[in-house]
Design a protein around this ligand. Structure first.
Ligand code: TXA
Ligand code: MG
Length: 323
């Protein structure tokens, strides 16, 4: 648990090679460090350190049954914590490093705190591509557990400033790598046979090209699902409405393609650019609504193909009634 002492601390902003050294040292000493991946910023702690992992849940205010993704620098490091079946091997070779997480059988001697997996026999693993994430994971030399660096239920962070604003008083440091390239969380797959647990930065169409059919999320009772059963997730403070052809007078409008707004996800109607901009636009729209006395956020329609499916998934959760 974070002590009151820790809570009063303002997180340090770290950058460059020196920042990587300091971030690695903090992690090795049980600290909480937010770091950039190409998807979103993660809130890292040593996966072997149960107390540090508990501080992640505390900082996020996250329900403790929700397991975390373990981040590793390469496939050989993944092999030390999880078993890869034939499909997992194919996926790993095709898409790592990159915006994909695999849920795999946990090896008994993996040295991962049970809190990371919430006591499951599977572990979610990911090899991120972002250079600072690679540098950090190589220097730490041990698995790093990291959920997205946002309070539970709030929008993920795609810039160091988002992390500092939302969680600066609850963590030790943030490694600033500028804006995230992909901007959406990783696609989560459970292979052998391949089930799509969460749409994300790797389009399902790309996965299908490599291994054939991807099964939709299986809703077997008792199975832990990726975020999704929590219908309100990724929520800005203001209520959000999707598929608005135009803005209402009391709304901040997020445009796309030909539809201009206060902000736009991509003027060119480019889904890759829209994904990279999405969370930043929601953070900005929230601030703008607050500053201009508007009470809602309206979003232009986004085509439901490729990355558009993950974008619409996040927007639907942002728009869901709050629990
Ligand atoms: O892009 C991302 O995936 C970012 C970066 C930081 O890597 N991380 C991220 O983590 O989005 P998080 O904690 O916000 O979402 C990961 C989800 C969890 O909510 C959980 O539902 C699912 O992964 N998960 C983790 N372990 C699992 C397991 N063993 N079985 C099924 N789902 C699991
Ligand atoms: Mg998250």
């Amino acid at each position: 648990m974070a002590s009151t002492e820790t809570l009063r601390h303002k997180a340090t902003r770290l950058s460059g090679a020196d920042g990587v050294h300091q971030a690695a040292a903090l992690l090795r000493n049980g600290g909480l460090v937010a770091f950039p991946t190409e998807t979103v910023y993660g809130l890292g702690a040593l996966a072997a350190d149960g107390v540090a992992v508990a501080r992640i849940y505390d900082a996020k205010g996250r329900p403790s049954f929700n397991p975390l993704i373990v981040h590793l620098p390469d496939l050989s490091a993944v092999r030390r914590v999880a078993h890869l079946g034939p499909e997992a091997e194919k996926l790993a070779h095709a898409f790592w490093p990159g915006p994909m997480t695999l849920v795999l059988p946990l090896l008994p001697d993996a040295g991962i705190a049970t809190l990371v997996t919430a006591g499951l026999e599977t572990v979610a693993v990911r090899v991120p591509a972002a250079p600072l994430a690679q540098a950090l994971l190589n220097e730490v030399g041990a698995p790093v557990a990291a959920p997205s660096a946002n309070p539970s239920g709030r929008i993920s962070a795609t810039r160091a400033d988002h992390v500092l604003t939302m969680m600066g008083d609850r963590i030790d440091a943030v490694l600033d790598g500028g804006p995230c390239d992909v901007g959406l969380e990783s696609t989560i797959l459970r292979p052998d046979p391949c089930v799509l647990l969460r749409e994300g930065g790797l389009p399902a169409e790309d996965v299908e090209r490599v291994i054939g059919r991807v099964l939709p999320q299986d809703l077997t009772p008792g199975q832990v699902q990726a975020p999704g059963q929590l219908s309100s997730h990724y929520a800005p403070a203001s209520p959000v409405t999707l598929n608005r052809e135009a803005a209402r007078s009391d709304a901040v409008y997020i445009g796309f393609g030909g539809r201009q707004g206060d902000l736009t996800l991509s003027e060119a109607g480019d889904l890759v650019q829209a994904a990279a901009t999405l969370f930043d636009a929601l953070h900005q729209a929230d601030a703008l609504a607050h500053d201009t006395g508007r009470t809602r956020i309206d979003v232009a329609p986004i085509p439901d193909v490729g990355l558009g499916r993950a974008i619409n998934d996040r927007l639907r959760r942002a728009a869901a009634p709050r629990s």
